[in-house]
Design a protein around this ligand. Sequence first.
Ligand SMILES: [Zn+2]
Ligand SMILES: [Zn+2]
Length: 138
Amino acid sequence: MWLDPTARPGLARCSAPTKATAAQVAALRALPDPVEPVTPHLACELAAGHQDDHAALAVASHGGDQWWWLRWDRRRRDVVQIDPCEATEHAAPDPEYCLFPAGHPGSHSFNLQPGPNRKVDDEPPPTQPHWALRGPRM
Ligand SMILES: [Zn+2]
Ligand SMILES: [Zn+2]
């Protein structure tokens, strides 16, 4: 497994890329009230060096109530609905929620470097998702 030697241990993101199948994208696009458009190109959001499957949020549907993840390893790729991890940052004046699926391996999202994928706003305006759209990769 490749790890960036300059990254602080446990803080980097896995970022393994994947692509959802056309059928998966079609199924995800059929979900009601997506928070942001479905894109087939996804990158693992979990901590670098994590155990188990890779995971990337494919879409939050039903206005953000249902979180759909692409979970994959070398042999298979599944779309699954998993509620977010319930962990929150301790000892922070403005605690962040973990944005990973419940039961995820590795560190919680708030312990990692800010990812290229999204971040949470406290009070998102009505036209904005809870997290920012995907930005440029570092
Ligand atoms: Zn991964
Ligand atoms: Zn977590």
